[in-house]
Ligand binder design. Sequence first.
Ligand SMILES: [Zn+2]
Length: 124
Amino acid sequence: MCPGKKGFKLFKMYQDKKKAKKRLAREKAAVKAMIVFYCKVHHAKGIVPCNDCENLINYAFLKLDKCSYIDNKPPCSKCRTHCYSNDKRNKIKAVMRYSGPRMLYAHPVLAIRYFLTKMRYRCF
Ligand SMILES: [Zn+2]
């Protein structure tokens, strides 16, 4: 059985969708890990993540879900569309600045993947 050109195209679309989904899940995990890491150091008084950071995580997830570039998404720091509100953007920037470099020790696999994505888009 030969799937033919059309069949192959559909199959590829399906594969791309699956890849995008996986990527989305990975990106969510990375964002969450970074925020939790930041919270632990900066505001943890028992519960991690604190209320503020929990909100930020949910906000980031929501934005990722709605991201219109999801099929070929650059890292959010390089995204042309600024979908974060001002105060949330400042918060996430602080988180990235702090957690980004330190992620290499805390979550090496996530960090390496993150850097690979960055390299793919030549964001350095
Ligand atoms: Zn916090």
